[in-house]
Design a protein around this ligand. Sequence first.
Ligand code: SF4
Ligand code: SF4
Length: 149
Amino acid sequence: MFKKSNIPKSDSETGSKCLKIRAHHLCCIQGFQGYGYSPAFVANMRAVIADIKASPSRPLELVSECDAICASCPSKRECTAQVSVNSRSIRNMDLVVMEKLKIKEGTIMEADKAFRLINSQLANASDIEDVCGACKWRQKCLWYLQEER
Ligand code: SF4
Ligand code: SF4
């Protein structure tokens, strides 16, 4: 699925530095088509995706806290502090994904392996609803809208 997405090609430097990524963002990355919370968020999301695409063996640390994508989000402070129902709901998405992938907080794996894993383990509509059911971006998200699930 990752290869079929509309992720822009990038000539950015490849690197092996571990990148912190929220577990549910493995789904969001694949569904991204340019929508987001702010222009800065969208630009950063594009850059993170381009970096991963340029270096598919890059190690990702899978977490349930703010990550490289959250870095430019207007809600970063709220999500970091976990002070709202919304931020706790978002963290729960990460925990659901980790449970379904049978991985622990902080698991490190290569990006292409992580995408293969999530696309094989979250294979039916029920799994997708468990993760994305409360997300306001569902109708803009290619990963959520995929027909072949
Ligand atoms: S529907 Fe929302 S949570 Fe689910 S993958 Fe898409 S953007 Fe992420
Ligand atoms: S809403 Fe929260 S979890 Fe989602 S990108 Fe923004 S800071 Fe990160």
